[in-house]
Write a protein that binds this ligand. Structure first.
Ligand code: RVK
Ligand code: MG
Ligand code: MG
Length: 298
């Protein structure tokens, strides 16, 4: 396998974020056809996850948490969710990454989509190892999102990315096998029957959601990927649903970019992406790291 799918997934995620950023938090069904000039926290954190996996040749929670803090301190204006900045402060003051710090902010921890939006690199890194993919998705989630539904959302999104890398033909079946929480399983069950009703956006949003909670956005991103017959179509559809559009766009883009590869992304969308070269380089380095470890060189 060449690097195209790895690069496509990371670039795709950043483009989906930039496309959706233009109408995050707005409602109604309106199409956006050109990505905006900047990406948001979704991409800043996705970059940190990729950097950490590459630098550590695998998951190191303390290292990843440090990179989250560094990225936030450099660019606090990226539009972070309510919880993470407080968690970054706790980590800076010496608290540990695996203390489930989010439980001090939310009862039972956060089930926001903030860990699913950044998890694509985990799906790439462990695309061939579903158990490890689940474990690292949950551990990386836990730094900021330790609610079981937050962690499950991240694992499900990473799984979707890994299935897309492999161009898995029984996509929905495999996702259903992977899922361990009822709320996600039920939503995956309705995806298939909703596919030929995708123009009924009101119904899609009613049944799947378009909100900031992981369970109201990860299944929606998976649906948007399946609803498009190209990268562009999937992404425009995802953002047309309204709600948490940058994040649903980012997650759809990570899956669609992995499936269609970097050449499946419209050139004019790539050209205007902020930090394009750096993100492409990360995709390449991630591919090299994964391929080398598969050959047993590390
Ligand atoms: C601004 C009740 C809970 C909850 C719980 C709700 C950026 C809260 C990105 C909380 C993404 C929100 C987004 C977000 C990512 C979570 N009980 N409500 N146990 N757990 N919530 O604060 O990183 O856009 O309403 O962890 O997940 O583009 O405010 O942040 O759209 O979910 O932020 O959860 O946000 P947080 P996040
Ligand atoms: Mg955002
Ligand atoms: Mg968002």
């Amino acid at each position: 396998m060449g690097p195209s799918k790895f690069i496509g997934s990371l670039i795709g995620s950043a483009i989906g974020d930039s496309l959706g950023a233009q109408r995050e938090g707005t409602y109604g069904f309106r199409e956006v056809t050109e990505p905006g000039p900047v990406y948001t926290d979704d991409t800043a954190m996705m970059i940190a996850v990729a950097e950490s996996l590459i630098e550590c040749n695998g998951f190191d929670g303390a290292h990843m948490a440090r990179l989250f803090v560094r990225s936030f301190e450099r660019e606090p204006w990226r539009g972070y969710g309510a919880g993470p900045p407080g968690i970054f402060k706790m980590i800076k003051s010496g608290r540990k990454w695996d203390e489930n710090l989010d439980r001090e902010l939310y009862d039972g921890g956060s089930f926001g989509n903030g860990s699913a939006m950044r998890v694509a690199p985990v799906g790439l890194f462990y695309y061939n190892d579903p158990e490890k993919l689940r474990e690292v998705s949950c551990q990386s989630s836990r730094i900021t999102h330790s609610h079981p539904l937050g962690m499950e959302g991240a694992a499900l999104q990473a799984c979707a990315v890994s299935l897309a890398i492999r161009e898995e033909q029984n996509f929905l079946e495999k996702l259903k096998e992977f899922t361990r929480a009822d709320i996600y399983r039920k939503k995956i069950d309705v995806l298939e029957k909703l596919l030929d009703k995708k123009e009924d956006r009101e119904r899609v949003v009613r049944e799947l959601g378009n909100g900031i909670e992981a369970f109201n956005s990860v299944p929606t991103a998976i649906f948007s990927f399946l609803a498009g017959s190209s990268f562009k179509e999937a992404l425009i559809y995802a953002v047309s649903l309204g709600g948490d559009t940058d994040t649903i766009g980012a997650m759809t883009g990570a899956i669609a970019g992995a499936w269609w590869g970097v050449d499946g992304i419209p050139p004019e969308w790539k050209e205007n992406l902020e930090n394009r070269n750096y993100i492409e380089g990360l995709g390449m380095r991630m591919w090299e790291t994964v391929m080398s470890s598969q050959k047993g060189l590390f």
